[in-house]
Design a protein around this ligand. Structure first.
Ligand code: PLP
Length: 392
């Protein structure tokens, strides 16, 4: 073996996913007969709606089994452009849309074509754990912009302005947010846009994958619709995973300036090629169809989010921003004096509750609980958490 070892520096720098580590431990304990309750899921526990599955089956039986255009089926790109134009009020053509292998590949491709060494990514924290890894794989550095549960995990325009340097290349916005459930209001987006108008070198990626999952009283805004004058430097990531319960289908999209979409498409053509052809026809049925199924699942998540929020609010020693969207709660448990990995390991070992340590999301004071579980499981998880915290 050569002295440098087998792995590239890029591979050595990659952080393994803590979410997967906890899930693996929970699975192992369960296999050994332990009674484990999991509030760690990052995916809807619903099945993909029947009409979507039927469309994919029909496409499969109808021979949609060959290579397609790398950037996606033309009809699906058209349908996504129409949705983004009409539902999100961002005028978009099919040439400005790339169909990707989930929102994750949309982010990966985008970061690869926008970023390089010397570029800095501005990342409001807490953040979804893949952003920093994807940024670093593109050679960029990451500057975190921290926030607190007490203040609703808001990105403050003054702090954003102060963090911007000539090297700042890309700001990451994620609303509704994983892991905090924070939803940016229109006024907050306008204030962020005002800062960005003074810094034309800063591009923006807006991850809207949880757009349909909103607590009552909250509205989703696309950043490119709030700041249309900045639209040529705003890139939007979205997908079918969360809203339509299609996590395993691996279909997302990237929308933005045509030049960047063309570059991301070229990258995709040399790496993964098109997303599974017949799966794209299922996605086409989903996006072209009625939103009734999406709203029904979102309504069920509202019931569960409320159950989780009220249960956590009733516990002493926790600081919680009531989640405004997505399907997570991210309480600050620093009062108990344990780092988040120790706390999560002890929760699993002592009361059989699997949740994700906040350090994975850039905040070691917190833990992430998911409400993508049945109300009975959520109730059970809350009781276990209460029992554990009471024992400390
Ligand atoms: C904020 C956020 N963005 C993107 C993704 C990626 O979703 P996909 O399954 O479409 O790749 C996730 C998945 O958990 C997420 O939480």
């Amino acid at each position: 073996m050569p002295d440098r070892g087998l792995l590239s520096d890029r591979a050595k720098a990659l952080q393994p996913s803590l979410t997967l580590a906890i899930a693996a431990k929970a699975k192992q304990l369960r296999a050994g007969g332990a009674d484990v309750c999991s509030l760690s899921a990052g995916e809807p526990d619903f099945d993909t709606p029947e009409f979507i599955r039927a469309a994919a089956i029909k496409a499969l039986d109808g021979g949609q089994t060959r290579y397609g255009p790398a950037a996606g089926e033309p009809a699906l790109r058209e349908a996504i452009a129409a949705k983004f134009s009409q539902e999100n009020h961002v005028p978009t053509t099919a040439a400005q849309v790339l169909v990707t292998n989930g929102g994750k590949q949309a982010l990966y491709n985008l970061f690869q074509v926008l970023l390089g060494p010397g570029d800095e990514v501005l990342l409001p924290a807490p953040y979804w754990l893949s952003y920093p890894e994807i940024a670093r794989m593109a050679g960029a550095s990451v500057k975190e912009l921290p926030s607190d549960a007490d203040q609703g995990f808001r990105l403050k325009p003054g702090e954003l302005e102060a963090a911007i340097t000539p090297a700042s290349r890309l700001l990451v916005l994620n609303s509704p947010s994983n892991p905090t459930g924070m939803v940016l209001s229109r006024a907050e987006m306008e204030a962020i846009a005002n800062v960005l108008r003074r810094h034309p070198q800063v591009l923006v990626v807006c991850d809207e994958i949880y757009e349909f999952l909103l607590a009552p009283g909250h509205t989703h805004h696309s950043f490119a619709a709030v700041a249309p004058d900045l639209a040529d430097r705003i890139f939007t990531v979205n997908g079918f995973a969360k809203g339509w319960a299609m996590t395993g289908w691996r279909i997302g999209w990237l929308a933005g300036a045509q030049e960047v979409i063309a570059a991301a498409s070229a990258l995709q053509s040399q790496t993964t090629s098109n997303v599974c052809t017949f799966a794209q026809f299922g996605a086409l049925a989903a996006i072209s169809g009625s939103r009734q199924c999406v709203y029904a699942m979102a309504a069920e998540f509202n019931v569960r989010r409320r159950l989780l929020t009220e249960g956590l609010m009733a516990m002493e020693g926790l600081k919680l921003m009531a989640p405004e969207g997505a399907f997570y709660a991210f309480p600050d448990v620093s009062h108990f004096g344990l780092d988040s990995i120790t706390l999560c390991n002890r929760l699993l070992d002592e009361v059989g509750l699997a949740v994700v340590p906040g350090v994975a999301f850039g905040d070691d004071r917190c833990i992430r609980l998911s409400c993508a579980a049945s109300p009975a499981t959520i109730q059970d998880g809350l009781e276990r958490l209460q029992r554990f915290l009471g024992s400390l």
